[in-house]
Write a protein that binds this ligand. Structure first.
Ligand SMILES: NC(=O)c1ccc[n+]([C@@H]2O[C@H](COP(=O)([O-])OP(=O)(O)OC[C@H]3O[C@@H](n4cnc5c(N)ncnc54)[C@H](OP(=O)(O)O)[C@@H]3O)[C@@H](O)[C@H]2O)c1
Length: 249
């Protein structure tokens, strides 16, 4: 591992899609910073595995991204590790239904905080380093931003804000930093339980006929990082689900 190896910070990366993106970039020679909030053991185990493969190639930092000061501190601590940053992936997210009538300010704090407020303050804190490295930001959005998911208005307004932030930053940070987004469809079932009927109904609405895989997201991340003339774009990785009309042939 040389000091010129690029460095990536992936938020919410202890497990699931975030961990797949960590493994992908590490496999490409990146030094990786695994951010987590509660999943300390998963984060440490992932870092340990990667450090066995290559010494001093993975580190972990804890932060609650709902707090802008913690987001700024995360940025500072990330830069202290290896003195540079090439890729920021805003992946951390809280996700749960908020039916109208039951929406609380705590829901707003959690869903808007993790999905758009944290990414904004973290991106801002890391803009000088990303400018220096001519790096890029990738925001994890959601295919439902323009196809509402019932009873998820607060989550979706936050993800829509993140999509808008992607375009604003792409213009404002150009030409030094590229900013793109990935809008997953159904990749992994949410951690809350879903019954089989609900799952079958969802799969039947995916033209490609199956759930995606975290590696589908990880390879899209690699593509966006390596595409020097793409900025301000949001790539849908959803098996065609955002085009589904419900009509059968
Ligand atoms: N899974 C899908 O099929 C799907 C579909 C559409 C969009 N997406 C988007 O793709 C991304 C990855 O999906 P996923 O399902 O792998 O995500 P996830 O498991 O729901 O969440 C990723 C991590 O976000 C972290 N997080 C939540 N609130 C936080 C906060 N306030 N501060 C800091 N970290 C916080 C958690 O870290 P700790 O565990 O360490 O607390 C969690 O492990 C997300 O942005 C998600 O919205 C996923």
């Amino acid at each position: 591992m040389t000091n010129s190896s690029p460095v990536a910070l992936i938020t919410g990366a202890a497990k699931r899609i975030g961990a797949a993106m960590v493994r992908q970039l590490h496999g490409e020679g990146y030094r990786v910073i695994i951010h987590y909030e509660h999943s300390k053991n998963d984060a440490l185990a992932l870092a340990e595995t990667l450090n066995i493969q290559r010494t001093n190639s993975a580190a972990c930092i804890q932060a609650n991204l709902c707090d802008p000061q913690e987001a700024r501190n995360l940025g500072e601590r990330a830069l202290c590790l290896w003195g540079r940053l090439d890729v920021l992936v805003n992946n951390a997210s809280s996700f749960y239904p908020t039916p109208v009538g039951d929406i609380s300010e705590d829901d707003w704090t959690s869903l808007v905080g993790s999905n758009v407020k944290g990414p904004l303050f973290l991106s801002q804190a890391l803009t000088p380093a990303l400018t220096q490295s001519q790096g890029c930001i990738i925001n994890m959005v959601d295919m439902h931003i323009d196809r509402p998911l019932l009873k998820h208005s607060v989550y979706l307004l936050a993800k829509s804000g993140l999509a808008s932030l992607t375009q604003s930053l792409a213009v404002e940070l150009a030409p030094h930093v590229r900013v793109n987004g990935i809008a997953p469809g159904a990749i992994l079932w949410p951690e809350r339980s879903m019954d089989n009927q609900e799952k079958d109904k969802l799969v039947s609405s995916i033209p490609l006929g199956k759930l995606g895989n975290p590696n589908d997201i990880a390879t899209t991340l690699s593509f966006l990082i390596s595409a020097p003339y793409i900025t301000g774009q949001i790539i849908y990785v959803d098996g065609g689900r955002s085009l589904y009309t419900g009509a059968s042939a």
